[in-house]
Design a protein around this ligand. Sequence first.
Ligand SMILES: Cc1cc2nc3c(=O)[nH]c(=O)nc-3n(C[C@H](O)[C@H](O)[C@H](O)COP(=O)(O)OP(=O)(O)OC[C@H]3O[C@@H](n4cnc5c(N)ncnc54)[C@H](O)[C@@H]3O)c2cc1C
Length: 366
Amino acid sequence: MTQAPLQSTPLALIGAGHTHLVGLRRWRDRGFRPPAGSVLINPDPEAWYSGMMPGLLAGRYQPEDCAIALEPLCANLGIELVIGQLAELNADQRLLRLDDGRQYQAELLSLNIGSSPACLLQDGSLPVIPVKPFATLYRQWRLWRDGHAPVNLALAGAGPAAFELALALQASLPNSRISLIGSTPLLARHPSTLQRRALRLLHERGIDYQLDQLTGIRQGRLLLASGIELEGFDALVLATGAQPHACQQTSGLRCDPLGFIAVDSCLRSLSHSAILASGDCAKVPDSHHCGVHAVRQGQTLADNLQALLCQQPLQRYQPQSRTLALLDTSDGRALLSYGPLAAAGRWARWWKTWLDTRFISHHRIQ
Ligand SMILES: Cc1cc2nc3c(=O)[nH]c(=O)nc-3n(C[C@H](O)[C@H](O)[C@H](O)COP(=O)(O)OP(=O)(O)OC[C@H]3O[C@@H](n4cnc5c(N)ncnc54)[C@H](O)[C@@H]3O)c2cc1C
């Protein structure tokens, strides 16, 4: 097999995550154009906005409402959109190999490839659908909605995504029995009043919450850390915590003990000064993995990439200590938490809808 020729690029943006989207929009608003030959590498021609996924799976949105086409944004900035997936990165040489064999050598590199749900030991006896990539989950959901719904559907996870998805799936697949299995108390990072309200909501909607750790699947049975084996499920949706992609762990980049790329407060790799990382794939000081933080890092990332290209000093990213969370409960309402505050109501869903649709319309270029 002949090897694809090596292409040089002054700037490679890898992954069209939330941070890169915000950064690209910032460059457009400021009239900054990255050097000719810059590339954005992403597996799909559009970027999905995770905040609207529960609304999509509840049947409230259409896919085109929740995705941003990348070509117009890239074309506007003179960036080439490369549809492909990073398979291998050599950080010392800033060499990228994509899954189809194409290779790039980048002078400056920015990674925003998100994360994937934790892997599970399994024997293939049960369909397992991870929440990311979203497009795969959406395709599966359409099959379920169009007449092939599972009788018993399990969801693994205890965070906001698992909670929202359980309620969304219950709303759109009323004949399926949904069970949620989480290794920590439900919504453990949120105020206890919100946790209790969330548990009550699940109970009212007929969704079981089992506090136990899913460790694997054998012969169609879900194996739990307590020794319990659950049977009778037709499929499992994995919405467990963020796990780093393998390609970043073998790259030579310094990573934290979990495998996330270690960066300083300027979003610059601690081991390779011409590589930046942001969002869920990175370990950013004082930030945790969620869409809100990924979005907030966008401005600093755009400014610092521009500063590196123009040999200017870098800025520090200052995360806010409190994060606003709005969780769609697929019944016309949403739960809200902000630091120790918790609330719920139709107004919270209205607010969430407003914020989500504003994000999409702001980043979409016709
Ligand atoms: C259902 C659901 C609902 C959620 N709701 C919320 C919410 O309301 N609020 C909140 O704060 N957080 C929410 N989250 C968490 C949020 O999705 C993530 O924290 C956020 O998406 C992380 O953004 P990111 O910028 O790191 O990358 P992502 O948005 O995950 O995007 C990564 C991009 O990189 C691409 N990519 C992946 N691998 C490669 C590769 N090898 N090469 C090239 N490109 C690659 C992907 O295709 C994708 O386009 C939710 C998550 C889920 C699953």
